[in-house]
Design a protein around this ligand. Structure first.
Ligand code: ARG
Length: 464
């Protein structure tokens, strides 16, 4: 047991208590952030005349050595230490002696962990955003290649009206664009440095908080020292944004699973992104899409878990807050893994244009257009709706589509039908005549693609 305290105690900590209290097994992930924060702190202490130049140099060298040895696997963050902060400090003192004992001047683990968590979360926000950009670029490429890949659009999972694959994918591009803008919002709200808040009430040393903030690429320092050590809003916000990303991915996965089914066969997932069965030789399963869909649950779990942990916590720091890490870190990792494999799966997926078009032609997806045709011939929409309803009923009995019915027969339903009905309800007309902004026609989709590309140019992957 290597402890940072002990002076006012007459007994050693119970071993089980030490293990229960420790966080090294998971906060070791923040060792880069911890050392980076300490380097900034020591640099500021020297600038303010709180430590000497020699002491600063020794501290910085020692910290850099620790980082290198950790990276090379020479120094292990074992259970002997309570947390990453004590690990770094104990090793620093071992390396450089008394100067190492000065590093923690004017600092508490409360503002230290608040800083580490912010730096770590900020890094994850940036890498998540970069993965969203990759995914959007793949989706835009698929859109460009599938402007005239017609397919049925669904409501209630029932065929509704024809759209194109580009239009369907465009919906997801829009969702992921909103996800990115949420990340951008969170970043701009959380990018303030809490170091210098001390345990809760600042310190009597003449710290330069804004200087530390600038060394660490923050937009400034936080305002209230008590809030600084007890705020985990940004983790909750990020988990909420991650939950929404997973909700989007799970919807997309659900559709891919349906489309990849033997019944639909709209798409074929590449062999490299599919799995087989141990017993059924014919199987090729969409496990990756299912697993992404499944992982959504644990990301929501992290959000609800942290919200519940933070509920009713009095100011300022409480040990409950150590519970912010395990589930948040897991969610950060899971979402990024999901984005990587999902992007690869979509990028390599085959689209069966013929199957999609055939499916769009069946199931009366052009019934609305047939009614609109009658409206153009002067029949009020409600009446037209009724006429086409009867026609559909007739077709179901005859096991045919509207376009298979002869003009003579059509005229029995309404004398307004003319030869031009067939053109008016062709798959192509149904899609290409939908020229409203945001609609599925090629023209509108080219606008949409141009818009999304411009947005990506305006908002490249987040960086500091
Ligand atoms: N391991 C602790 C955490 O993650 C670090 C802060 C400890 N501070 C304290 N006063 N015990 O929250």
């Amino acid at each position: 047991m290597a402890q940072l305290w002990g002076g006012r105690f007459t007994k050693q900590t119970d071993e089980q208590v030490f293990a229960f209290n420790a966080s090294i097994s998971f906060d070791c992930k923040m060792v880069h952030e911890d050392i980076r924060g300490s380097i900034a702190h020591a640099t500021m202490l020297e600038k303010q005349g709180i430590i000497t130049n020699e002491e600063k140099k020794a501290i910085l060298n020692g910290l850099q050595e620790i980082l290198q040895e950790v990276e090379e696997g020479l120094l292990r963050m074992t259970e002997k230490y309570e947390d990453v902060h004590s690990f770094v400090e104990a090793n620093l003192i071992e390396k450089i002696g008394d100067s190492g004992k000065k590093l923690h001047t004017g600092r508490s683990r409360n503002d230290q962990v608040a800083l580490d968590m912010r730096l770590y979360t900020r890094k994850q926000i940036l890498s998540t955003d970069a993965l969203l950009v990759n995914l959007m670029q793949v989706l835009l490429r698929i859109m460009e290649e599938n402007l005239d890949t017609y397919m049925p659009g669904f409501t209630h999972l029932q065929k509704a009206q024809p759209v194109s694959l580009a239009h369907h994918f465009g919906a997801y591009v829009e969702m992921f664009r909103r996800d990115r803008s949420r990340l951008q919002d969170i970043l701009s709200r959380m990018n303030y440095c809490p170091l210098g808040a001390g345990a809760l009430a600042g310190t009597t040393y003449p710290l330069d908080r804004d200087y530390v903030a600038s060394l660490l690429d923050f937009d400034g320092s936080t305002v209230n020292s008590m809030d600084s050590v007890s705020d985990r809003d940004y983790v909750i916000e990020f988990l909420s944004a991650l939950s929404i990303i997973m909700m989007h991915l799970s919807r997309f996965c659900e559709e891919i699973i349906i489309w990849n089914s033997n019944e639909y066969r709209f798409v074929e997932i590449d062999d490299a992104f599919s799995t087989g069965s141990s017993i059924m030789p014919q199987k090729k399963n969409p496990d990756i899409a299912e697993l992404v869909r499944g992982k959504t649950g644990r990301v929501y779990g992290a959000l609800v878990s942290l919200l519940t942990t933070m509920k009713a916590l009095p100011l300022a720091y409480n040990k409950d807050m150590q519970e912010d890490k395990e589930m948040a870190f897991d969610a950060y990792d899971q979402v990024q893994n999901c984005l990587v494999v999902f992007t690869g799966m979509v990028d390599t997926m085959k689209f069966r244009k013929d199957v999609m078009a055939k499916s769009a032609m069946m199931g009366f997806t052009n019934a609305t257009d047939a009614a609109d045709y009658l409206v153009l011939k002067g029949i009020p929409f409600r009446d037209a709706h009724g006429i086409i309803g009867q026609l559909v009923l007739y077709c179901i009995g005859e096991n045919c589509s509207i376009e298979d019915v002869s003009l003579d027969k059509l005229k029995e339903f309404s004398p307004a039908f003319e030869q031009d009905i067939y053109e008016a309800i062709s798959l192509e007309t149904c899609v290409e005549k939908r020229l409203t902004k945001g609609g599925p026609s090629k023209e509108r989709l080219l606008d949409a693609i141009a818009f999304e590309k411009k947005e990506l140019e305006k908002h490249p992957a987040l960086f500091l």
